[in-house]
Design a protein around this ligand. Structure first.
Ligand code: ADP
Ligand code: MG
Length: 287
């Protein structure tokens, strides 16, 4: 039988758009030691708009760069993908699409192999070009992705996101309660630095792939800490599944929701605080 207090709490939480999928995790939500936040789509709105398109190939204009990228991105549900696809009138078909977890996407467009990749992965592959326009972009708090065609770097696309106003209040309250806040992101150091400083988050790590995010969670747990993870995307699923309390932001993907213990339907980071309060109220009444 389900104890009455829990049944009532679950009803209250559902009314506030907090869906509890795992009761043990709900109990753990009373007192996490650390709350780990994903960046894109969690602390930020995740509605990215294109600010710059650069071509490195004199035979290709910016429109073609965008068009190749949009074709591949049409098969991805990442916020970056949505931002790029929205910017074109017509989307070319893509074949053999594959996501390169936390690093980019690839597929065949018009018989060419097209990849859209992160800065760090493009460098790792030895494909980065020396260009002052890239240096200038990388100094700005923009998410910049690089477009290769048949393994030659052709251009890049910069996108800007907006910080969720409620994220500032949420991290402030958590810190005031002695809860450690940590941001983990696959995005660049510069973008991470900007979001962290805007939100007053002192602890963050950038350029992480999903496996590395997962390992950070494991490391915290090995130190005996109770860890909540808040995330939205496909790339957060391993970390969400490993967390003591896995919290999916509701606007996120099905994969994230399937891996989570709790879903925040309103996509409001302040609901993390509500969840803690509700768990405390529920379990202190039972004792
Ligand atoms: P975050 O931790 O900020 O939510 P992700 O782990 O989802 O970011 O992605 C990390 C990085 O991988 C992105 O900043 C981007 O460079 C690259 N990436 C991920 N998905 C895509 C995509 N669909 N298209 C292009 N690049 C992508
Ligand atoms: Mg994300």
């Amino acid at each position: 039988a389900i104890p009455l207090v829990i049944a009532v709490s679950t009803a209250i939480s559902a009314g506030r758009g907090i869906l509890i999928r795992n009761r043990k995790a709900f109990e753990n939500a009373m007192n996490p030691d650390v709350v780990v936040f994903d960046k894109t789509g969690t602390l930020t709105v995740g509605e990215l708009g294109i600010t710059d398109v650069i071509s490195f190939d004199p035979e290709m204009d910016e429109g073609e760069i965008l068009s190749y990228a949009a074709a591949v991105e049409s098969a991805s549900s990442h916020p970056i993908a949505r931002g790029i696809v929205e910017a074109v009138d017509e989307v070319l078909p893509v074949e053999n699409f594959a996501a390169i977890g936390g690093r980019g996407v690839m597929g065949h467009v018009n018989g060419s192999r097209v990849k859209v990749l992160s800065y760090s992965y493009t460098e790792e592959l030895g494909l980065m070009v020396k260009d002052p326009r890239v240096d200038e972009l990388m100094e700005q708090p923009k998410t910049t992705v690089f477009v290769t065609v048949n393994d030659e770097l052709k251009g890049c696309i910069a996108l800007a996101d907006v910080i969720r106003p409620e994220a500032r209040e949420a991290t402030r309250i958590l810190k005031s309660r002695g809860v450690r806040c940590l941001m983990l992101t696959g995005d660049s150091q510069r973008v991470a630095e900007w979001v962290a400083s805007e939100l007053g988050i002192e602890e963050y790590q950038a350029e992480l792939i999903p496996q590395e995010k997962y390992e950070v969670i494991r490391g915290l747990q090995d130190d005996g800490l109770r860890v909540a993870v808040v995330g939205d995307g496909v790339n957060d699923a391993p970390a969400l599944a490993q967390a003591d309390i896995g919290i999916a932001i509701g606007a996120g993907t099905d994969v994230a929701i399937e891996s989570a213990d709790v879903v925040l339907v309103r996509s409001n980071p302040l609901d993390v605080v509500d969840l803690m309060d509700l768990a405390s109220a529920t379990y202190s009444k039972m004792k």
